[in-house]
Design a protein around this ligand. Sequence first.
Ligand code: ARG
Ligand code: ZN
Ligand code: CA
Length: 243
Amino acid sequence: ETGTLVIPVVVNVIYNTAAQNISIEQIQSQIDVLNKDFSGTNTDASLVPSAFTSRFSNLELQFTLSNVVRKQSNKTSWGTRDAMKSAKKGGIDPTSPTTTLNIWICNIGSNILGYAQFPGGAASTDGVVISPQYFGTTGYVSAPFDKGRTATHEIGHWLNLRHIWGDASCGNDMVTDTPTQQTANYGCPSFPKVTCSNGPNGDMFMNYMDYTDDACMYMFSAGQKTRTRAIFAVGGARASFNP
Ligand code: ARG
Ligand code: ZN
Ligand code: CA
């Protein structure tokens, strides 16, 4: 057991409009959310249904902002093919990606909130990408995705977590203590929501790896913690982050 692992973060802001050049306050508001969500100290943890409280888990990660890199661009929308991660393609190269979590803030377009690279991919494209209006809790933010949970979700993928429904009907997310559920949940469901014979407690739709609104997701499970810790162990895909 390694205890709390500290992850240095570099935020790469690529903007076309002035609003997309988000403030340091907005960036810091996101770091604050991450430090709550990944230490299990988010205040909305009190909303976890009692049926799931024993599975609520602190992922024991702390995020420190080490730098912000900014760049103006004439490109209005970046898509999901990693161009923002390359100076040659008009973006910003990552900083020390084997020891630093790089986050790119740019307009992805097509109503995509964010996307992430799973462990095991190329260092040159490692990290997460989030559209500016879904990052942080203050400034240029857009409800109902204005509580910083897009970054929590994307970093969950970066830590090897799958969507809780396993990206298939009653699919497998490779975590045993998250109930099998039929598909993504949206908005803010009411408890319990039974699918795939997962009664009486039903879907863990308040898990960060579902698609519910920011205000309606507030937990990781113990099984998800086990899965995320494995990548930092000796031989794991992100062992280089473990001092
Ligand atoms: N659609 C995005 C993805 O699959 C993120 C969804 C995040 N949900 C939220 N409530 N912020 O990675
Ligand atoms: Zn996702
Ligand atoms: Ca599961």
